[in-house]
Write a protein that binds this ligand. Structure first.
Ligand code: LLP
Length: 390
């Protein structure tokens, strides 16, 4: 770790150590969020001129304060279940339904009816639902989600395209969709694709935009092209930060070829991942067979990403910031599964001891949102930091 070039600026939490330790003293496991970081990310995306509409994928982190902040920044919200729809309208009374997009997958048909009743924009990705429940869709505008034939993303489990994936209508069935929609008076006004999450090639969205533009030209009734979310963040010290300038330039270029359409995006992770940290308390420090393990008071029950995707999160001992000699530890949780490991072979201070506070970085996206009560362990607490006045 020492001596390696640091490409990223110091994370916000380094300057908020006292506040975080005070929160940890109120109890762990606990997620803590920094609103200023969310706002900064939102503003970076607002500055991208080619994009006309921005929806935040609330599945990444539906904390009410975060939703309010992001909507205040001019974003709409993307929801994938009736539960998420109810949540956004209850957190933000009077929310304009125009700002809400409903993009479910294989949802019960009743959830589409709820979305139409709310007046939000609905995305559908198969012909069969139109045929089976014509009365639900009759006379409604729809956005059509297509499968561009490939998936992208940081792990196989987050790639949402290609024939092996459940998402999206095959492009060669668009005509069938239109044929089923026409007699119902269903007008297809948007075209949507989301190929996966944590895609680290800025050109990806430019290609998606170009492909959707071509399909939209053939459909004729489209006013909006939605190129999905999937923007990555640098989880590892030597990950390059996402090249927003290249992303933005690519979009501007391809958009010029399709001036008739408004361009929409729906990022989740990019807005919130770096804004959140997970605070844990160490339980036991054990050596067995030459492997040193630090136990934490929560593991895959509160942060599933390492177990599910072998995802990387930096882990620090917040109680010992100038920790002297660093030693490699496996950081494990209390769950009765061998996969309950938050990080293998991670450097922590050699004197790490029970009661220390660990900080798991970049946990603001798909952290609390995927936490569960396995082994009947309680869900973590959540705190939003008070913004420091500068
Ligand atoms: N739009 C659609 C249709 C999506 O399915 C998703 C994420 C997004 C937008 C937002 O994607 P983002 O910008 O956050 O990459 N639990 C996984 C990620 C699953 C993403 C599911 N869909 C993880 O922790 O990496």
């Amino acid at each position: 770790i020492e001596g390696r070039l640091r490409r990223r600026p110091a994370p916000w939490w380094q300057a908020r150590r006292d506040a975080l330790l005070a929160l940890a003293a109120q109890g762990t496991p606990r997620y803590a969020y920094d609103p200023a970081t969310v706002r900064a990310r939102a503003r970076q995306l607002e500055a991208v001129a080619a994009v006309d509409r921005r929806f935040y994928a609330i599945k990444a982190n539906p904390h009410p304060d975060i939703l309010r902040l992001i909507v205040d920044e001019g974003f709409g919200l993307e929801c994938v279940s009736a539960g998420e729809l109810e949540h956004v309208f209850s957190v933000l009374p009077g929310l304009d339904p125009e700002l809400v997009l409903f993009t479910p997958s294989f949802a019960p048909i009743g959830e589409y009816a709820i979305a139409f009743a709310r007046g939000v924009t609905v995305t559908l990705d198969n012909v069969e639902a139109l045929q089976q429940w014509p009365d639900v869709f009759r006379g409604r505008p729809l956005w059509l989600r297509v499968d561009l034939g490939r998936g992208e993303g940081h792990h196989e489990k987050v790639r949402t395209g290609g024939l092996a994936s459940k998402f999206g209508l095959q492009v060669d069935r668009v005509e069938d969709f239109l044929a089923a929609a026409r007699p119902l008076g269903v007008r297809v006004t948007g075209l949507h694709a989301h190929l996966g999450s944590g895609v680290d090639t800025p050109d990806h969205w430019r290609e998606v935009c170009d492909e959707l533009g071509g399909i939209a030209d053939r459909i004729g009734s489209i006013d909006t092209i939605d190129i999905g979310g999937g923007l990555p963040i640098p989880y590892r010290e030597d990950d390059e930060p996402f090249d927003l300038d290249a992303w933005s330039a690519g979009l501007a270029e391809v958009k010029a070829a399709y001036p008739a359409y408004r361009l929409a995006i729906e990022p989740g992770r990019f807005l919130v991942a770096e804004a959140g940290v997970l605070l844990l308390t160490t339980t036991q420090v054990v050596e067995k067979g030459g492997i040193r393990r630090v136990g934490a008071d929560a593991g895959m029950n509160v942060l599933l990403r390492p177990a599910l995707y072998e995802a990387w999160h930096d882990i620090h001992n917040l109680s010992r910031p100038d920790g002297g000699e660093m030693v490699a530890f496996d950081i494990v949780g209390p769950i009765c599964e061998s996969g309950d490991v938050l990080g293998h072979h991670r450097p922590l201070p050699g004197d790490t001891a029970p009661g220390d506070v660990l900080l798991v970085a970049d946990a603001g996206a798909y952290g609390m949102a995927m936490a569960n009560t396995y082994n009947l362990r309680a869900l973590p607490a959540e705190s939003v930091l008070v913004e420091s006045k500068e």
